[in-house]
Ligand binder design. Structure first.
Ligand code: SF4
Length: 336
């Protein structure tokens, strides 16, 4: 879609509607392009932050993310993922953790006061049930920490129910984009229908659903349509927006990065559309460590109330707690 010129009255009307939670694709597009002007983006962000404050308050929970608890078995890796890099030191960044390394990662997070841990793994369309159950069982033997899991559509319905019984929530399945041709281009080894079916499975079991969409796969209208598609899944509790960043050696190494300001604009629009969701930018720490510098920006754009503070990889641990604590205090957020 070409860049859309938006008049003041049109923008103001979309923003008024948005503050009442009334956001459709047309008004989302109006807000997106209208916010190219600084004065308007300031008002959009202020409205989104007011909605967040009213629904969730100004409290932050720090999360720890363990990569990768399961191996990604896609026969063609996603074109943006470090696994598709021809440079071994880059593709190794997402090597799977052993069970011992996973448990050590959990201990590392707990010892640093992090009480919410996200287990991140790859996609296995044949199923990662056995491995996931083993990992969760062993973690539950050592701690009652809040657990979430993100292994794509790699689990059977009975495992989804089992995870619910073991207090694992949300269960993520990144939609990335709901546009089939855009999805197939970016993720040639993946299956959008399988992802949508899995999201329906989580809905059916009554579980909480997490979703990640990526800025930079298609155009802005594709992204906004994908964000609003969360309405098809009323059990969605967490929605994150990742920002495409080219990774060395991957098929998309030379593709233009998506911009952080555009992700923040989409985040603010998402807040108006989904006042009560946990919303934020997705961490892609090992590929783009500067991402976590955006915490004050995402809070100003209505994000909240969970922020990735610890990232554990096979050969790398990143601890951003001190910086986040300082930044949160500067913008008047309490941290738990
Ligand atoms: S599904 Fe995830 S881990 Fe697997 S190739 Fe795609 S982005 Fe990488």
């Amino acid at each position: 879609m070409p860049r859309v010129l938006v008049g003041d009255r049109e923008f103001d009307s979309a923003l008024d509607r948005g503050e009442r939670g009334d956001v459709d694709l047309d008004s989302a597009i109006t807000l997106y392009y209208g916010a190219k002007r600084r004065e308007r983006s300031d008002r959009l962000f202020e409205a989104a932050a007011r909605v967040r404050d009213a629904t969730l308050g100004r409290r932050l929970t720090l999360t720890g993310h363990l990569h990768m608890v399961t191996r990604c078995e896609l026969s063609a890796s996603c074109k943006y993922c470090s696994l598709s890099s021809t440079i071994p030191s880059v593709s190794d960044e997402r090597s799977p953790l052993t069970l011992r390394e996973t448990l050590n990662g959990v201990r590392y997070a707990i010892d640093r006061g992090v009480r919410t841990i996200v287990l991140v793994g790859g996609t296995d369309l044949e199923g990662s049930d056995e491995r996931v159950r083993e990992v969760v069982t062993r973690i539950r033997e050592m701690t009652d920490v809040d657990l979430a899991i993100d292994v794509g559509p790699s689990l059977s319905e009975s495992s989804v129910r089992w995870l619910g019984e073991n207090r694992v929530a949300p269960i993520y399945c990144s939609m990335e984009t709901i546009e089939p041709t855009v999805f197939a281009n970016a993720k040639p080894g993946d299956d959008l229908d399988a992802r949508l079916r899995f999201m329906e499975t989580v809905e059916r079991t009554g579980g909480h659903l997490g979703n990640i969409v990526m800025n930079g796969l298609g155009g802005p209208a594709d992204l906004l349509r994908t964000v609003l598609a969360s309405r098809q899944f009323p059990h969605t509790s967490h929605l994150h927006i990742s920002t495409f960043h080219p990774v060395r050696g991957t098929p998309w190494a030379r593709r233009r990065p998506a911009s952080l300001p555009s992700s923040l604009t989409v985040l603010a629009i998402a807040r108006l559309a989904f006042p009560r969701l946990q919303l934020g930018l997705a961490e892609v720490g090992v590929e783009n460590p500067s991402d976590l510098g955006s915490v004050p920006s995402q809070l100003a754009a209505g994000g909240g109330n969970m922020v990735a503070a610890l990232l554990v990889y096979k050969r790398l641990r990143i601890d951003h707690r001190e910086r986040i604590l300082r930044q949160a205090a500067e913008v008047g957020f309490e941290v738990s």
